[in-house]
Design a protein around this ligand. Sequence first.
Ligand SMILES: Nc1ncnc2c1ncn2[C@@H]1O[C@H](COP(=O)(O)OP(=O)(O)OP(=O)(O)O)[C@@H](O)[C@H]1O
Ligand SMILES: [Mg+2]
Length: 496
Amino acid sequence: MEEFLRLEKIHKSFVGVHALKGVDFTLRKGEIHCLVGENGCGKSTLIKIISGVLQPDSGRIVVEGQPVASLGSAATMARGIQVIYQDLSLFPNLTVAENIAIAEVKERGGGVVDWDEVRRIARAAMARIRVDLDLDAEVGELPIGVQQLVAICRALTSDLKLLILDEPTASLPKHDIENLLSVVRDLQAHGIAVLFVSHKLNEIFAVAERITVFRDGERVATLPPNELDDDRLVALMTGRTLARKVFAFADASARKVLEVRGLSKRNHFADVSLELRAGEIVGLTGLIGSGRTELALALFGISPAESGEIRVEGKPVQIRSVQDAVAAGIAYVPENRLVQGLVMKHSVEANVTATVLDRLLGRLGLVDPARKQALAREWIKALGIKVSNPAVPVQTLSGGNQQKVVIAKWLAASPRILILDGPTVGVDVMAKAAIHDYVRGLAARGMAVLLITDEEAEAVANTNRILIMRAGRIRDEIVAAAAEAEQVQQLVEAPS
Ligand SMILES: Nc1ncnc2c1ncn2[C@@H]1O[C@H](COP(=O)(O)OP(=O)(O)OP(=O)(O)O)[C@@H](O)[C@H]1O
Ligand SMILES: [Mg+2]
């Protein structure tokens, strides 16, 4: 197959970080190429160089046989290369049709917008990937999976030759992932190349024609999927192999740390009862909209329940605010790392230690900087956060490493009850295993953990019981050790 893009000896450094160390990379016309590697290995940096957002320090870029000095953003688009980042860059208060067609219409100039033309352009783009969206819907009101399709249609209004997707599936529910993967195959059928970044090995194997593995700023391999399997891929990414262990709950008669009875909130969840014992990790799963995240938000006081009873260590507690929840010893690692949980401009150290400041106060009530730094370093080491030093702002970290900072922040508070919502979304396999191990260690020391997850396999391997929500209620409870991921999935998708 003919080559579309070639990078030669690309170097890129940031202050204190050599992010790309002489990378050679080629992409063929019309291929689906997946990019994988641990958090912070340079995937997004490579994409930003291809898309012209960043300039390489040195190296050569060749597009369709022609060397290009540097790809500015406009030059990149003119060559048929478009990137869809995780934030999608759509206009939330414009319609689907306007979002899809806006760039194209602007391009043609002329003061007056021809609305029939806008709709025609939008329909043509949708037809190419066989989707049928409501042209008049306001984009901000649509679910994220649909917004993503709008962004892809927008890219299709130009003469698209390469579409780059940076972790497009990280925040998508399962059904939308399958939908997106079939759109990717459709694009390829139209001769459009797709460069796809993901940490989810199963979807990489499902779509990739070639897989490129990065490790620490270097390309270590490019192979077709039939020459790889999960273990070999992990070994290439990390230089290590992954030991898989299943969670075992030590003491089934341990004291009840959390008891919830008949918790309800209109239009969200109803009559939810559950118990967590010290040392237990309980899974909570269900489709988006099943009420699982709303339940977590209620337990953490962000959006309190309307009726029902909550007891912590046997004592009734009222949780009407986050302060109430924190006072009761509850911590919550939220689902959406980009909008909740971190102050992006503040340092890694400030974010990690934000929840534990009172423990770091010295005799005069002043925060002891040495202890603060030591604590931050401990967590950086424990979770393998890739950062040159704890004083750098969180916004300079790669996406997955930011997620680790959120987790460190809440684990550092050493709560009695820990609610984790999608804790391993967007983190690489090794970090995922490290987080699972860490959470097990916390449970072994008596913490009670509620693990909310979309990934059935994660629930099966890391919990002792799995609660399954459908339509606002807990409908099933199964023993993790006896379950298979497929069985959990069937229960998740069963009619309520
Ligand atoms: N603007 C920046 N300033 C300083 N360092 C940066 C900047 N952008 C990226 N880096 C660093 O460069 C390295 C590579 O980051 P990059 O975002 O490419 O990783 P990634 O492979 O996309 O990781 P992830 O899977 O977590 O998204 C990281 O160490 C990151 O901290
Ligand atoms: Mg990235």
